[in-house]
Ligand binder design. Structure first.
Ligand code: GDG
Length: 736
């Protein structure tokens, strides 16, 4: 069985230095819980930083920590203070974090950060490479390690790599701001499966891949030169049972055994039976919308004064990154706002905002969740937001209302919550009122739906689904690679070819013999290609036929001096060596005036596109358009043409960044078969790269060697990677 290893910035353990040894304690976070069961079950290791700076440890202590971690199947990446400062605080938290949360104004473009990020990502990859074997699976987590997938893949291509991003992926317009954007995307593309919390983040990622690197994307597959990558949405869940069980346990505790906090909360409610609590929990971060929340709560107290003395906001803010300037400023802003609201609206027996700036033990957290009537979650950007889900899981009697920002990933699964725009303070104030006055029946109805959903897709299901995804992509790639021409297949092919006395060679032109150019007229044959064709045609056993979608004039101009047959316009015209052009079928082009205006309207609306007119077809080229707009319009055009073409016996051919409309019943397959009718061949080889060549691969006899250029799905029996590999193969054939 293949092992599954985890790589994340932090190990799932915290290490404490005691008198003269170290103690390990498991972390309680969602990721640690979800993953712990996985890597142990699959015999893998967890690779990460143990949380202590290397400079604070002696060499012996480092070894001691390593030994202790081995017992937990963990491997430490030791980092110095400077590395933590530049890679973690610097690039991760002062560049990627603000950018990916749309706070571009907070980015610190420091080149040293970037250098350290690269260096530390190498360290993580190196550590993983020490233990991964071919066939293993590696699951890498989050924005601190965006380069690690590629660093592992380039050394060990036979390892399946998954990458999950826990924060949002921003829109292209924001992502492009970063000077190191291409390197980061390439780093992520080292993975075979890339996971996001929501489809929106996935969409944004695709758009950056398309625009920055030009890779083709169909559905959720990214087609690289030699690989297919899957991307998908896997909304992260929580350990639902843990929250529900703890809430039940607390509810059953006798008064005397309840925690101090719990008793304080009870006291608050004793003052008046209609007192209510609103809860918020988050790390201190500018993405979490804490000031907005306070402003909105104040607006609520102003607009609905009847709730003063009856409703308090209990706000647990967990200290985080408090050395960083922006966080310090945020902290003072929050302190000031809380002070002002309490000063203005508080009384001897009433504190409007209860503010805790610390973290609390798990039990207290559940006490807060289960005692609060409303959870108010208002981030301005949040990858997922697990607090919202934890609140739902802790409501064991199905009462309670969740107010959640539309900017949190979690909102996609929480249609029954009250959804707010975090910047609309008036709307939040009204939502608080709506929540506090909602009937119990309505609360329970909504809560049941939410609970069913969050319970079903818990953190264990989330991790199992991701692993299923990695296995799926492993299989997909295996099938794709199965057809690749290995050195052994290549030897067999050349052997078979050299024994044959009469050999037919069909060669597509663009994308097969030459690479694509932005201007189709610039793709003329180079000296190497002329030489290759000359060598092939000189051997009397060979009959070489160039079979292309191009027009007669161009191909004749480029290859007319060679002793090769030309089949052009996908099989409309044939020119045998030394003969004149002949039409393979009687074809009409009376349809052109009807179709041309449609294509023209697409050219007008899509900058960079143009029409090419061939004798019996019309082609719309969109290689030079904005990639996304081009794809979008291509789909629209196909749709519009579909109805027209049915009535005219026309066919729509989708090539590489072109859409071609031509008379039906004519294609490279029909043309190649008609050509073969005139003579007997004991070896047939056909090479082509796109959709139009698939006709040829399908029609040729089973004994033919049909070869697709590129790694996409095909009817051909073999695949080669690129034009370069085609030329190498033709060179081998030419020598026989
Ligand atoms: C990132 C993304 C994404 C909080 N205070 C205490 C405490 N917590 C626990 C909560 C919850 C967790 O911390 C916070 O998780 P969030 O999801 O809300 O936010 P981030 O820390 O920003 O996490 C986020 C997440 O990754 C997962 O992919 O959802 O969008 O930003 O579990 O319960 N736990 C204890 N005491 C506290 O005082 N014990």
């Amino acid at each position: 069985m293949s092992k599954i290893h985890i790589v994340s910035n932090r190990l799932p353990l915290s290490i404490k230095k005691e008198e003269n040894s170290f103690s390990l304690a498991p972390s309680v976070g969602g990721l640690a819980t979800g993953m712990r069961s996985i890597y142990k079950e699959y015999g893998g290791k967890w690779i990460g930083w143990p949380g202590l700076a290397k400079d604070d440890l002696t060499e012996d202590e480092v070894l001691e920590i390593d030994d202790k971690l081995v017992e937990e199947d963990c491997l430490a990446v030791h980092l110095s203070k400077e590395e933590i400062n530049l890679y973690y605080e610097g690039f991760s938290n002062n560049v990627i974090w603000p950018l990916f949360h749309y706070f571009a104004q907070f980015i610190d473009y420091n080149h040293d950060y970037w250098e350290a990020y690269k260096k530390v990502n190498h360290k993580f990859a190196q550590k993983a490479l020490e233990i991964v074997d071919d066939g293993d699976i590696v699951w890498i987590h989050d924005y601190q390690l965006l380069l690690v997938p590629e660093l592992i893949k380039s050394v060990k291509p036979n390892v399946t790599i998954g990458f999950f991003l826990h924060i949002p992926f921003p829109s292209f317009e924001v992502f492009r701001i970063l000077p190191w954007r291409n390197e980061l995307i390439r780093g992520m593309l080292g993975a075979d499966l890339i996971g996001f919390h929501t489809y929106d983040y996935e969409r944004h990622f695709f758009s950056s891949v398309r625009r920055l690197l030009g890779y083709e994307i169909s559905f959720n597959e990214i087609h690289l030169e030699d690989r297919i990558i899957l991307a998908d949405a896997f909304p992260m869940g929580i350990d639902y049972d843990k929250f529900e069980n703890m809430a039940k346990e607390i509810a059953h505790k006798p008064l005397s055994e309840r925690s101090v906090l719990h008793r304080e909360l009870e006291k608050y409610f004793l003052v008046s039976p209609d007192r209510k609590l609103i809860l918020s929990i988050d790390r201190l971060d500018y993405t979490k919308g804490i000031p907005n929340r306070l402003h909105a709560f104040e607006k609520f107290l102003i607009k609905y004064p009847e709730f003063r003395n009856k409703v308090s906001l209990i706000m647990l803010v967990v200290p985080s990154r408090d050395e960083v300037e922006q966080y310090k400023l945020l902290k003072s802003e929050v302190d000031e706002l809380v002070g002002r609201i309490n000063g203005q609206y508080g009384g001897v027996n009433y504190t409007p905002v209860w503010y805790f700036y610390r973290s609390l033990p798990f039990e207290n957290l559940i006490e807060l969740y289960s005692t609060s009537d409303v959870a108010l979650i208002t981030p301005v950007r949040d990858g997922m937001n697990l607090v919202a889900k934890e609140y739902i899981a802790s409501r064991i009697n199905q009462s309670g209302v969740l107010i959640i920002s539309e900017m949190a990933g979690a909102v996609k699964e929480m249609g029954e919550a009250i959804i707010i725009n975090p910047n609309n303070e008036a709307e939040i104030a009204d939502s608080i009122h709506q929540a506090l006055t909602m009937s119990m029946e309505e609360q329970k109805r909504r809560m049941r739906y939410l609970q069913d959903r969050i319970r079903r897709y818990d953190v264990f299901k989330w991790s199992r689904e991701f692993i299923k995804g990695m296995k799926k992509v492993e299989k997909l790639q295996h099938n794709l690679l199965a057809k690749r021409i290995t050195p052994a297949v290549s030897r067999e092919l050349v052997g078979h070819f050299s024994k044959a006395k009469k050999r037919a060679i069909f060669l597509d032109y663009d994308g097969t013999l030459v690479d694509f150019k932005n201007d189709p007229q610039a793709a003329s044959p180079d000296a190497e290609l002329h030489k290759l064709i000359t060598t092939l045609e000189k051997n009397e056993k060979n009959t070489v036929t160039i079979i292309s979608g191009r027009d007669r004039e161009t191909l004749e101009r480029w290859l007319g001096d060679h002793k090769v047959n030309l089949i052009v316009e996908h099989g409309v015209w044939l020119k045998k060596i030394g003969e004149d052009w002949q039409m393979l079928d009687n074809i009409s082009s009376s349809w052109k005036p009807t179709i041309r205006p449609i294509l023209e309207s697409f050219v007008d609306r899509t900058p960079g596109t143009f029409i090419e007119e061939k004798n019996y077809s019309l082609v719309w080229h969109y290689r030079n358009s904005e990639p996304e707009q081009g794809e979008l319009r291509a789909n629209e055009l196909k749709d519009e043409l579909r109805e027209m073409t049915a009535n005219h016996n026309l066919e729509i051919m989708e090539g590489n960044k072109v859409i071609e409309v031509k008379a039906g019943g004519i294609n490279k397959g029909v043309a190649a078969m008609r050509f073969l009718r005139d003579s007997q061949y004991d070896s047939i080889i056909a090479l082509g790269d796109d959709w139009t060549d698939e006709y040829m691969f399908r029609e040729l006899p089973k004994s033919a060697y049909t070869i697709k250029v590129g790694m996409k799905k095909t009817e051909a029996s073999y695949k080669v990677e690129s034009v370069r590999s085609v030329r190498n193969l033709l060179k081998d054939l030419g020598e026989n």
